[in-house]
Design a protein around this ligand. Structure first.
Ligand code: NDP
Ligand code: HSE
Length: 444
């Protein structure tokens, strides 16, 4: 059978990785896919650089390199468009145009899918083409395949994961090597982990994009990125990382989505924030740019998926797995294929995303106080009045101006009760500044 022809939009970190792995493993990939997969065309802005990149390890001689990505999308000889440009608007136009032209699409672009996925999948469904996106979540870890196909017997209860390699790399390097934030971020950029705009990584936006996609597939709901709660690591202080360790926890930037019942009605939690995790948990020991996703489901129980979450070849591994899937399934009747969001399009549920006030979790609270008689009693009284029970307390020796930190770990409670208690604590005359609040998940 003739090779299937792919057009790459972008030969940056992921595009170059995809090109080189396809060249290197072409015979193995052909044996799996049932026919060869050939990159016939590549689009980039810097054509010289693009030619250098694809010529680097040989095999790029017959590839047409163009500056206009629409030339790839509109070329009738191209069967699959691989979108590796990133960003929202141009990528959206290219993908919709490729679909309109009857081409299958593979993309690693989580930002695009989290914001425009509903529109893109609807267009693909109507046209009978596939849009595959394994690389969009957790790099080389096949979590989309696991959630969408491997766990399809289950009612999924929750998904929680370290799904941004850059921030996990930053937190690990700062803790282990004592390096400062800026230095480690620069390393993450040089290693190709960070987004074009690294504030997406640092402020939790990239993790929220990925979490939005996983929630849609896990629960059979549309993409609802705008309703996600997002906090990144830029406000995290070294002192809290230290205290957390003393209390037996690690702080990770976690994406969490779970079914929750509030006042008898079911809703979905969708949140990204720094989170304390007991240090004994496997996921607390995931370091560097590695990703890990913990899925709880009713039949299988808890499963954990771990691997490289960013970088050229790990991400290429996921892009090419999609290329193989699309090549195998291209001839299958569209209604017999795996649905884009795991559930049949007409079966998507309209479960609401819960407001943050309604979520239930435990908390780490750090209060900076004037070390005076009765201060601890005031704190415990306020928490007790709010119905919040305490799990552990850490009080440090008084330092400058007889002030000290009191750290309180609570049991699970509702976010709105903690908000009310924090407001009362901050109003005490013995309390200096703001209370630091970090959520805690036991993930047991
Ligand atoms: P890069 O910035 O390294 O590469 C982007 C590529 O797109 C470059 O080749 C660039 O060309 C090309 N490009 C950008 N704009 C245009 C345009 N207008 N016309 C033609 N070509 C254009 O990005 P990455 O490879 O890191 O990321 C690509 C996608 O993969 C993003 O969606 C990202 O979120 C996602 N992703 C990235 C991962 C990673 O580890 N890096 C992991 C998982 C997903 P030129 O170089 O000539 O400017
Ligand atoms: N910037 C992303 C990360 C790339 O650091 O995880 C992988 O999606």
């Amino acid at each position: 059978m003739k090779p299937i022809k792919a057009g790459l939009l972008g030969v940056g970190t992921v595009g170059a990785g995809t090109f080189h792995v396809l060249q290197r493993n072409q015979e193995e990939i052909r044996r799996r896919a049932g026919r060869g997969i050939e990159v016939a065309m590549v689009a980039a802005r810097d054509l010289e650089r693009a030619r250098r990149v694809i010529g680097l390890k040989g095999g790029g001689e017959d590839v047409e390199v163009v500056g206009d990505p629409f030339a790839v999308v509109n070329n009738p000889d191209i069967d699959i468009v691989v979108e590796l440009i990133g960003g929202y608007e141009l990528a959206r136009e290219l993908v919709l145009q490729a679909i309109a032209n009857g081409k299958h699409v593979v993309t690693a672009n989580k930002a695009l899918l989290a914001l425009h996925g509903n529109e893109i999948f609807e267009a693909a469904q109507a046209k009978g083409v596939m849009v595959a996106f394994e690389a969009a979540v957790a790099g080389g870890v096949p979590i989309i395949k696991a959630l969408r196909e491997g766990l399809s017997a289950n009612r999924i209860e929750s998904v929680a994961g370290i799904i941004n390699g850059t921030t996990n790399f930053i937190l690990s390097e700062m803790r282990d090597k004592g390096l400062d934030f800026g230095t480690v971020l620069k390393q993450a950029q040089e290693l190709g982990y960070a987004e074009a705009d690294p504030t997406f990584d640092i402020e939790g936006v990239d993790a929220a994009h990925k979490l939005t996609i996983m929630a849609a597939i896990a629960f059979g709901i549309p993409m609802q990125f705008a309703s996600s709660h997002i906090e990144g690591i830029s406000q995290l202080q070294a002192v809290d990382i230290r205290y957390a360790e003393q209390l037996g926890y690690r702080i990770k930037l976690l994406g969490i989505t779970r079914r929750t019942v509030v006042d008898g009605a079911e809703g979905i939690e969708l949140r990204v924030h720094p989170t304390l995790i007991p240090s004994a948990r496997l996921i607390a020991n995931v370091e560097g740019a590695m990703n890990a996703v913990l899925v709880k489901a009713d039949a299988v129980g808890t499963t954990l998926y771990y691997g490289k979450g960013a970088g050229a070849e790990p991400t290429a591994s996921a892009v090419i797995a999609d290329l193989v899937d699309v090549t195998r399934l291209a001839t299958v009747d569209p209604y017999q294929r795996v649905p884009h969001l795991a559930f049949q399009p007409a079966e998507l549920a309209d479960l609401p995303i819960l407001p943050m006030e309604e979520i239930r979790t435990a908390y780490y609270l750090r209060v900076y106080v004037q070390d005076q008689l009765g201060v601890m009693a005031d704190l415990t009284r306020i928490l007790a009045e709010a119905g919040i029970s305490i799990d552990a307390v850490l009080q440090k020796e008084p330092g400058e101006k007889a002030r000290t930190d009191i750290v309180i770990i609570t049991h699970q409670t509702r976010e709105k009760f903690v908000n009310a208690a924090i407001a009362k604590i901050e109003a005490l005359s013995t309390v200096v500044g703001k209370v630091v609040r970090i959520r805690l998940e036991s993930l047991g």
